[in-house]
Write a protein that binds this ligand. Structure first.
Ligand SMILES: *[C@@H]1O[C@H](CO)[C@@H](O)[C@H](O)[C@H]1NC(C)=O
Ligand SMILES: *[C@@H]1O[C@H](CO)[C@@H](O)[C@H](O)[C@H]1NC(C)=O
Ligand SMILES: *[C@@H]1O[C@H](CO)[C@@H](O)[C@H](O)[C@H]1NC(C)=O
Ligand SMILES: *[C@@H]1O[C@H](CO)[C@@H](O)[C@H](O)[C@H]1NC(C)=O
Length: 510
């Protein structure tokens, strides 16, 4: 706190995303397989550069001080459906290497689908500090000064105003000449909302999927959609195990606590709140679920608890004894990789990487502190049923900041203040802007941080429709999900109609 006082607000208000996103378990938007990168223009048959062709944009390192120069920000483009005058659909890949999201250039996704419908071009942009789009050759605290929400928002503006796209007429596509639409899911969804709120009239339209717009430091709502929609026998048994875990932890009986941790193969996890987190990690695989395929770990786990001698338990589950043993067995003997708790990591593992190898901004750049303002997944208050131990509290998250950024945080910060500031600055779920579609799914674990949250006072409007289907996290961005779930399809169709209408009404200003 003493060394770099400026960093505290910057880091803490930077990202509103998942702590899970850097523990290697769950990510935001789903990746989509691309069968072939070869592509031709659909109307002319002319061969186009392969989809994985990387382009570079000279982005300002610091929008508050252009004299600091530029860095190379990577992007990818598809224009197989493009006709001059068509919209440019910009998607920010968020907190990961963007090359994993090339599928969003194709009709397997909402962006490619809209490009086909409207003769548009899709541009996939890598977020500063991720993949190979690094303002500085290291991830020191000093460099991370320019990792803030506002810099990421300003990146959008500077990019669309200055980029020369490889598409026909691509040097004449500023936002005054061509309609740009901003897309994103999860954190990039929130970024889309923040951008349209912060810079009204820059984009012709926006699409924010599972957008975690509301920063919440004590985010117990994360596990609520899971509890509501998971198989009932499994939730009964998980709740029974967790009630027992809390009873033992509360007892303070060191022998019993050690035996309990050993049951899960977590005997070496000292802090009770780290143990609580480790037990919750399997529940977070709910975030990977899709109806059209992947993300089956969650159900594997429930099967492990609920299927005994070829028989499934009824809604009440098998009860504590069997569930405790089965969960322990699953943690010790399945392929599932339990996160033993980040506080076991030392500062050594976060030594900035520099030198000739390009840094990949997934490690320290996404350290928990940077993300903490909206991601402290915790247990609900007493009296509310819970899937996670009540030892999971914000303090555990705040403590991580002292491990990751010891030079900044000599003591754990109060993340609720940073969350309030972010909500104040970018509207949170109260946001009111124009020509932005919010797409959500009731089964999304992040639902309670979106405009679809039960607590959100905001019902939306025709200029800012809040569309809610039965989807999971970001599932409305995938064409295949609409094909297997009519309510997701309905969200996609309505979103596309809104956007098509707004684009029809759009006029160039230059
Ligand atoms: C898309 O381009 C085709 C020509 O390839 C044209 O016939 C069609 O009307 C265009 N659609 C839109 C929505 O502009
Ligand atoms: C502590 O737990 C152990 C193991 O469950 C038990 O044998 C022992 O009686 C407990 N001690 C107290 C003081 O309750
Ligand atoms: C019980 O568990 C099995 C296996 O996970 C699952 O297939 C089934 O739907 C569950 N039934 C109920 C009533 O929860
Ligand atoms: C959001 O709206 C609610 C209810 O209208 C209000 O109490 C709250 O202060 C607002 N929050 C922000 C950040 O504007």
């Amino acid at each position: 706190m003493v060394l770099f006082p400026f960093l505290v607000p910057l880091l803490l208000s930077s990202f509103v995303l998942a702590s899970s996103k850097w523990n290697g378990l769950s990510h935001g938007m789903h990746k989509v397989k691309v069968d072939s990168y070869e592509v031709q223009h659909k109307a002319t048959g002319e061969p186009l550069p392969p989809l994985d062709t990387v382009y570079y944009f000279d982005q300002l390192i610091d929008h508050d001080d252009p004299s600091l120069g530029t860095f190379q920000q990577r992007y990818w483009v598809s224009w197989d459906y493009y006709q001059p005058g068509g919209p440019i659909l910009l998607m920010n890949a968020g907190e990961e290497d963007a090359s994993a999201y090339i599928g969003y250039l194709t009709v397997s996704t909402i962006t490619g689908y809209l490009a086909e419908m409207l003769n548009g071009s899709v541009v996939l942009l890598e977020h500063r500090f991720f993949g190979q789009s690094n303002p500085y050759p290291d991830l020191t605290t000093e460099s991370l000064r320019v990792l803030t929400l506002q810099q990421a928002i300003d990146d959008h503006e500077y990019f669309i105003e200055n980029v020369q796209l490889p598409i026909p007429g691509g040097d004449q596509v500023g936002p005054d000449k061509a309609p740009w639409v901003l897309f994103g899911g999860s954190y990039p969804g929130a970024l889309a909302s923040y951008t349209l709120y912060n810079k009204p009239d820059l984009f012709a339209a926006g699409y924010a999927s599972s957008a975690v717009v509301q920063a919440i430091s004590d985010f117990w709502g994360y596990y609520e959609p899971t509890r509501e929609y998971m198989p009932m026998n499994c939730s009964s048994d998980v709740e029974a195990v967790i009630a027992h875990v809390d009873e033992v932890l509360d007892s303070g009986n060191a022998t019993a606590i050690q035996a309990l941790k050993d049951n899960f193969g977590l005997g070496s996890v000292t802090a009770n709140d780290d143990f609580a987190w480790a037990l919750a990690t399997v529940l977070q695989t709910w975030q990977d679920l899709l109806e059209s395929g992947s993300g089956t770990i969650f159900y594997e786990f429930c099967d492990a608890l609920e299927v005994k001698d070829g028989q499934s338990a009824g809604p009440g589950g098998w009860g504590l004894d069997h569930a405790l043993a089965a969960w322990g067995d699953y943690y010790q003997n399945s392929d599932f990789l339990v996160d033993p708790g980040v506080s076991t990591r030392t500062t050594q593992t976060i030594t900035p990487i520099s030198g000739p190898t390009p840094i990949t901004g997934t490690g320290r750049g996404i350290g928990f502190c940077v993300t903490s303002s909206g991601s402290g997944k915790t247990a609900p208050p007493q009296g509310t049923p819970t899937l996670v131990s009540r030892f999971a509290q914000p303090e555990r998250w705040e403590r991580q900041c002292t491990y990751f950024f010891p030079e900044v945080f000599s003591s754990p910060p109060d993340t609720s203040l940073a969350a309030a500031r972010t909500n104040q600055q970018y509207g949170g779920w109260n946001v009111s802007t124009a020509r932005l579609v919010f797409a959500n799914g009731v089964r999304d674990p992040w639902r309670e941080a979106t405009v679809a949250a039960n607590a959100s006072p905001n019902a939306g409007s025709d200029l800012q429709p809040h569309l809610i289907g039965e989807g999971f996290h970001c599932s409305d961005m995938l064409t295949a999900e609409g094909n297997v779930n009519p309510s997701v399809k309905a969200v996609q169709q309505q979103a596309l109609q809104y956007i098509a209408q707004w684009l029809e009404d759009w006029k160039p200003s230059a």
